[in-house]
Design a protein around this ligand. Structure first.
Ligand SMILES: CC(C)(COP(=O)(O)OP(=O)(O)OC[C@H]1O[C@@H](n2cnc3c(N)ncnc32)[C@H](O)[C@@H]1O)[C@@H](O)C(=O)NCCC(=O)NCCS
Ligand SMILES: Nc1ncnc2c1ncn2[C@@H]1O[C@H](COP(=O)(O)OP(=O)(O)OP(=O)(O)O)[C@@H](O)[C@H]1O
Length: 206
């Protein structure tokens, strides 16, 4: 086991809009501690923080809102579909997110030595984070479901949605690599039952 004494660290991933956050929320209701990489990635780029300063120096002030926060749609348009720029942004953000995740995981283990810690991280495999968790879960959905959800939830056009989807490792590859697969298209009630039984077996393995 990679994590310290008893606790289990679970990497939860999937494609964009497959239902990772929904599944993470269900694990939380079961009693798990959830760490959300997207939320940490937002925290480390707050105005004035070192990552924010680096981003402004590379991407310019056009990537900012009038209140100096990052203009996420503008930055998204600059990096998705432009792999070299996306890598530059990741090199600024990822090490800081990793530090926070490790700190929060240790804190969870101190609070409950048998904790089930769910690390919800879109780039689990792409960024090699799978090597530092105990087990992995991938949430899947077909591409059309992802596109429809991105149009509805984020107001993206079909082309924008596809640019984001193709910035990530193909879902089929993630499925091959994962220890557990969850179908993010299931009705919520059925999904919840599956997550509850997965939680119980994870908890029993701590
Ligand atoms: C480009 C940014 C500003 C766009 O922000 P926006 O609010 O539109 O998206 P948000 O951050 O909520 O991410 C939504 C989804 O996009 C996908 N996504 C985000 N970053 C990446 C990436 N580097 N590669 C592939 N997909 C990504 C994920 O599925 C994520 O769940 C933002 O995504 C970002 O800063 N990305 C780089 C940091 C990163 O890699 N974050 C992922 C978790 S560490
Ligand atoms: N089982 C489901 N049935 C119907 N709709 C769902 C289901 N799961 C999630 N959704 C909807 O799909 C959208 C994406 O879900 P969610 O935010 O959980 O995905 P995500 O994988 O965390 O997305 P992102 O990669 O953008 O962070 C949301 O609008 C959510 O309400």
């Amino acid at each position: 086991m990679i994590s310290s004494i008893g606790m289990i660290l679970v990497g939860l991933t999937g494609g964009i809009a497959t239902g990772k956050s929904t599944v993470a929320g269900m694990f939380k209701e079961c009693g798990a501690t959830v760490i959300d990489a997207d939320a940490l990635a937002r925290e480390v780029v707050q105005p004035g923080k070192p990552a924010w300063r680096e981003i402004v120096s590379i991407f310019g002030k056009t990537a900012l809102n009038p209140d100096r926060t990052l203009n996420r749609p503008v930055l998204g348009a600059k990096v998705f579909g432009h792999p070299a720029k996306l890598r530059r942004l990741e090199r600024i953000i990822h090490p800081r997110v990793a530090r926070e995740q490790i700190r929060l995981t240790k804190q969870a283990a101190r609070n409950d030595p048998k904790a089930v810690v769910i690390y919800d991280v879109p780039l689990l495999f792409e960024a090699g984070i799978d090597t530092r968790v105990d087990t992995t879960i991938v949430v899947t959905a077909d591409r059309e479901t992802q596109v429809v959800r991105l149009k509805q939830r984020n107001g993206l056009s079909r082309a924008e949605a596809l640019r984001r989807i193709t910035s990530q490792m193909p879902l089929a590859e993630k499925r091959r690599r994962a220890d557990h697969t969850v179908d993010g298209r299931l009705p919520r009630l059925q999904l919840k039952q599956q997550i509850r039984s997965l939680y119980q077996s994870l908890r029993a393995s701590t």
